[in-house]
Write a protein that binds this ligand. Structure first.
Ligand code: PGA
Length: 255
């Protein structure tokens, strides 16, 4: 494992925030400062698409990468209101969130996430395929939900490309709060995700990175990272609070 691949990955999923480009610029500056002090953390900012190019063009460093939050799987055409993965790549995104639960809640199907993962890859983007159950059932049904999301999301990914895909596990019921799911439960889920990918792809599946997302903040990230086999986080509301996000990065800087 080289040093680059050992970095902790933090995706700052800004969602539909902030309201103005000026505020986005200030948040970006604060994030950049924090990232520069934490060389072992790799920060990926997923801003609203309308800010993506301006932020990326203005940034000359190497500590921060950019992600698009969503895009359409078609290459081009009559899709009013949509953007393509090619356009996101041209705007300097290197990653793409795919299948975030808020997209799924707005109607995105497993089939569409599969198309999007493939379209991201063919446009030189690294897809972060988000999976996660809406609720936990005593009978363990959440495992079959996640398995189905993985199978469908990876349906068009050939073995040669599977290590270019990152899996983001986000238990939907835990999103938006202050408490993560327990590291122990994440441990169990990470093993299940790994097993599912290895079943499809064989041993190469062991190299696929798994991130955790849902209520990650400066008080709980370190515990999750040390107790569960995850390579990093997808961070929502805390990523748009400059003070808290700085504290979060700092909490991981000494790892
Ligand atoms: P949260 O969001 O950190 O606000 O829970 C995470 C996400 O939805 O990606």
């Amino acid at each position: 494992m080289n040093l680059m691949s050992a970095k902790t990955i933090i995706v700052a999923n800004w969602k539909m925030n902030p309201n103005t480009f000026q505020e986005a610029g200030a948040l970006f500056e604060a994030t950049k400062k924090a990232a520069e002090k934490a060389p072992n953390v790799s920060v990926i900012i997923a801003p609203p698409a309308i800010y993506l190019r301006d932020l990326a063009v203005r940034y000359k460093g190497k500590r921060i990468s950019f992600a698009v939050q969503n895009a359409h799987y078609e290459e081009e055409g009559a899709f009013t209101g949509e953007i393509s993965f090619a356009q996101a790549h041209d705007a300097r995104a290197t990653y793409a969130l795919v299948g975030h639960s808020e997209r799924r809640a707005a109607g995105e199907t497993n089939y569409e996430t599969g198309k999007k993962v493939a379209a991201a890859l063919s446009n030189k983007l690294i897809p972060i395929l988000c999976v996660g159950e809406s609720q936990r059932a005593k009978n363990g049904e959440h495992f079959s939900v996640v398995k189905e999301q993985l199978r469908a999301g990876l349906q068009d990914v050939p073995p040669a490309k599977i290590t270019r895909v990152i899996i983001g596990y986000e238990p939907v019921w835990a999103i938006g709060g202050e408490t993560t799911m327990s590291p122990r439960d994440m441990h169990e889920m990470a093993i299940f995700i790994r097993k599912t990918i290895v079943e499809i792809y064989g041993d190469v599946g062991h190299s696929v990175k798994i991130l955790y997302g849902a209520s990650v903040g400066e008080k709980n990230a370190l515990a999750m990272l040390s107790e569960a086999p995850v390579r990093g986080f997808i961070v929502g509301h805390v990523s748009v609070d400059a003070e808290r996000f700085t504290a979060l990065i700092k909490s991981l800087a000494t790892l």
